[in-house]
Ligand binder design. Sequence first.
Ligand code: TXA
Ligand code: MG
Length: 320
Amino acid sequence: MTTPPPTPTRPVDDPDARAEAAGLLRSGALVAFPTETVYGLGADATDEDAVAGIFAAKDRPRFNPLISHVPTADAAFALGQATEAAKRLAATHWPGPLTMVLQRRPGCPIAWLTSAGLETVALRVPGSAAARSLLAEVGRPVAAPSANRSGRVSPTTAAHVAEELGGRVALILDGGPCPVGLESTVVDLSGDRPRLLRPGAVTREQIEALLGPIDLAVEGDAITAPGMLASHYAPKAPVRLNATDRRPGEAFLDFGATVAGADADLSPSGDLLAAAAKLFAALRALDRPGIAAIAVARVPVGGLGAAINDRLRRAAAPRI
Ligand code: TXA
Ligand code: MG
């Protein structure tokens, strides 16, 4: 691997750093910034050329639509059509790790490239206060996929971002490790019935408590989330799931202290919140050249476990 040129990194809690980042974003540059879920690779969502820079930096297929980030629910509903369900979800889960896909409002300035030509827009008000300050200062929606090369594990520290995209962004804002550690839940509210497009930190159970039963999008639906591509969030080494034993040459990623001498444990006490926060960093740390596979212990499927298992299945899926 070649060493990328160093990218300036500044603390997100420094108002001067945020002012610099906001200026860069307004001028069409790419800036990586922390949210409560994962680090985002940001660009002005209304600027087609800036957004094209995101796809180039990530080597990302163009048909994948991006999430636009805004500082308040009011800002979101100025861009996308607020349905009753959207308002109800926003009241409880915004700011927070939830993305809503809504019908574009007339005159919505989000570039067509950002939404991959769709009549809908994906909107999120991040839970991180520093991220919202940055967004307020930019004054425009900021398109931001996870700040990694396409198909790879999402970054949960500024160092991960530098590894993935060093030299390809103007500035990295550092907010320390992301507290949630998994990408936001994506719910499509643009049709007759709400549909869960990507499981995430806001669980299906939490959404159904507010909206009643919701549909699950299945792989192969006309509008799919890239999170629904079979192989995604993948380390370089093969991944073996529901492992109950350590095999020669493997790195073992445990959950709930099930084997002796594991290389890492997502949560020795079996706590799903802690496991989600640690998942991507652990996959990165264990992904060393020459290992036979990363073996991962079973993680229960309820609540946040659904999102963790979704990411693990994709990490283990056959590579194209
Ligand atoms: O936690 C997160 O959501 C992170 C941080 C940085 O905010 N961002 C992120 O963005 O994960 P990205 O681009 O990796 O994921 C965008 C998701 C994809 O699953 C995409 O298909 C879906 O949102 N999406 C975006 N616009 C859509 C649309 N108009 N219709 C359907 N799905 C859409
Ligand atoms: Mg991603």
